[in-house]
Design a protein around this ligand. Structure first.
Ligand code: 2NL
Length: 344
């Protein structure tokens, strides 16, 4: 009987040694130590042994069972460890490899120029005002002293939605709405950047949708010299401290008097070149003293209050500043164009 146990032990230990996965070990455990296994079989037959033999064989049977059990446990933990190591090897990352570059975009050149202009006016105490792009005839035209027969009020020139509602043709309605909210009390000091719409055939210098930035200051004792000072500061910050400005008489229905501001050419310094069309000056924006009718309609006493206003096209500013030759570049989203404005 002992020989039989000895043989079972050696056989089992060899199979355990050769097992290559956990499933095989489980099978070995069942077939050797299970209720129907050979060791149980041997123990069952112990009744036939003499009382002297019984404890010896019993002890040896236990020893064999324990040996197989601990061999199984050892092999199981070895295999489990091997599985973990394999997994660690497969899933390890080389932290010394260079990272994948994150592609970084940049602000649209028009956005960048608008934000630059906003920052500049914010430092002078202006706040940024916004308003609807779908406007009423009243705020877009009437409140700005544009007469009923003004060409801009023609269907040919503006996008009308109904007879009374249209896509705003300028951001002035934002200023008119802001003035109303002040209930006749100053100061008002705002700029209003935003999209505007005009019926136009698109070409290198025209677009049916474009941006505008207007500015408005209303208070007691506001004079044309205040306008000139603000515009000169803007021109120098935007185009260089060496810039000179000049104001030429002009006409807008919402300002009186009205002016146009030129800056001395930043390319030739005033001598004359292709940029300034050999005049030495570049037209930048329109401006003027707010028309008394506009002040009164917005609820301000035009004997007590005066104001100045100006309006510019950021596309034009950006085109001059960066030498862009076609306004359509701003709207066609060609990355080869947009990527050129990435800041270092
Ligand atoms: C231009 C000229 C201008 C204004 C805009 C304005 C607004 C109010 C009252 C008076 Cl509420 N004026 N805006 C004034 C003068 C000129 O824009 O050529 N823009 C591109």
């Amino acid at each position: 009987m002992q020989d039989r146990l000895q043989a079972l032990k050696e056989e089992a230990l060899l199979k355990i040694e050769q097992a290559s996965d956990l499933k095989a070990l489980q099978d070995i455990k069942v077939s050797y130590l299970g209720k129907k296994g050979p060791i149980t079989e041997v123990l069952k037959g112990m009744g036939k042994l003499s009382p002297e033999e019984r404890p010896v064989v019993g002890a040896y049977a236990n020893e064999v069972r324990d040996a197989i059990t601990s061999a199984l446990e050892l092999k199981i933990s070895e295999l489990e460890q091997a599985v973990i190591e394999e997994k660690l090897k497969k899933e390890s990352i080389d932290v010394t490899l260079p990272g994948r570059p994150v592609r970084k975009g940049n602000a649209h050149p028009l956005t960048a120029v608008i934000e630059e202009i906003e920052d500049l006016f914010l430092t002078m105490g202006f706040t940024v005002a916004e308003g609807p792009e779908v406007e009423t005839d009243y705020y877009n035209f009437e409140a700005l002293n544009l007469p009923k027969d003004h060409p801009a009020r023609d269907m040919q020139d503006s996008f009308f939605i109904t007879e009374d509602i249209l896509l705003r043709t300028q951001t002035s309605p934002v200023q008119a709405r802001t003035m109303e909210k002040h209930h006749g009390r100053g100061p008002v000091k705002i700029i209003s950047p935003g999209k505007v719409y005009r019926r136009d055939d698109d070409d290198a210098t025209h677009s049916h949708q474009f941006m505008q930035i207007e500015g408005l200051v209303v208070d007691e004792n506001v004079r044309l010299s205040d306008l000139k000072g603000v515009l000169e500061t803007f021109a120098k910050k935007m185009f260089g401290e060496e810039r000179k400005i000049r104001l030429r008489p002009s006409f807008f229905p919402f300002t009186e008097p009205s002016v146009e501001m030129d800056i001395s050419c930043f390319k030739c310094g005033g001598k004359g070149c292709s940029i300034c069309k050999h005049t030495g000056w570049i037209e930048i924006l329109g401006a003027g003293m707010v028309h008394p009718n506009v002040l009164e309609m917005a609820g301000f006493d035009s004997k007590k209050y005066t104001g100045f206003a100006f309006g510019m096209g950021p596309e034009r500013i950006a085109m001059l500043k960066y030498g862009i030759d076609d306004i359509r570049h701003f709207y066609t989203n060609d990355l080869r164009f947009l990527k050129q404005f990435k800041k270092a």
